[in-house]
Design a protein around this ligand. Sequence first.
Ligand code: GLN
Length: 408
Amino acid sequence: MVSKRGTGPTTLRNTSGKPLISEKAERFTESVIRDMTRQAQLYGAINLAQGFPDFPAPPEIKRAAQQAIAADINQYAITWGAQSLRHAIAAKIRKWQGVEIDPETEITVCCGSTEAMIASLLAITNAGDEIVVFEPFYENYGPDAILSGARPRFVTLHPPAAPQGEWGFDERELRSAFGPRTKAIILNTPNNPTGKVFTRAELEFIRDQCVESGALAITDEIYEHILYDSARHISIASLDGMRERTITINGMSKTYSVTGWRIGWAVATPVLTSAIRKVHDFLTVGAPAPLQEAGATALSLPDSYYERLAQGYRARRDRLLPALRQSGFKTFVPRGAYYIMTDISQFGFSDDVSFAHHLVKEIGVASVPGSSFYSRPQLGARQVRFAFCKTDATLDEAARRLLRLRKS
Ligand code: GLN
């Protein structure tokens, strides 16, 4: 989360009085999402905070990883990714998005999509460049902007007035966020935390802004297969005029339930890719080699795998939504990804952070305070996010505990 400049520890200095902690590191805090996981452990709470599954990964890909280790694929892969995985990524993008990618020159495999995002930003931004970001945003984008020296320009995604409505942005606000210093827009669809799936018309409007100002789109599509209510995922790279100006980020974590493997990738034209590859090489050298081999197996799973994945998440969503409503939350129904944003106004707490603390400590359920997804914390002061990538047993126990809110 982004903090106010200079609020961190400033006592550590060299003999000339220079602070030993960088200004950049002082401008953000540790992740609130990951902190909530630690609090869940501390209080023995059910963890609906951090978005990782508490159920097993598919057996065939676990076997592929075990076999790769046994076959001694235990040394560095090629820095920008094992050939087998890059070819599987290109084949999958061709099949699902109809976009032709050269696996030799247009893909960089990274340590998770998290590294793919920061490596991409470091590869394209100079100090003072502007990056347009929708808010609420996935927490990492704030610190990513600071680390890369970019200045974020936030555009609000407004919550729907009705529970079944869609989150949306004001076209004039988005247009005015683009200017001569704009380097890129960060897009995340299906969206974390709102569950919004950007429509073709919205993506075309964003495309027009990018083309007019010569900016890039960096699109985080990690939830591409987790869709509900016949929502369709459209990759902005597939729109006319965007193939050349898009960096598409994706990874194995959410689609194959292996968030701890840290396998992600960035896809872009050769010129952009060669800049991303250089940054990636010196940041991490490479992603885990045997897990990349297992990735090639995972990306070749049949279509039925993705259908079952989406069905499973729809059932989980439809299990948690009524439980939240019964406990007094106003819910925003997600069309994709595996989070439910809620409005907590009716509980009468002063803000989201004190409510989330009450929830984890007294009720025994961890959530993420809404303010951690906003540059302006007041916008999230009446929201908290719940992750439902959990077993039925976990969701039912959380539901049982949340009912205590009605009594307290
Ligand atoms: N994407 C997940 C979330 O939003 C977790 C990401 C992480 O902690 N690296 O909860």
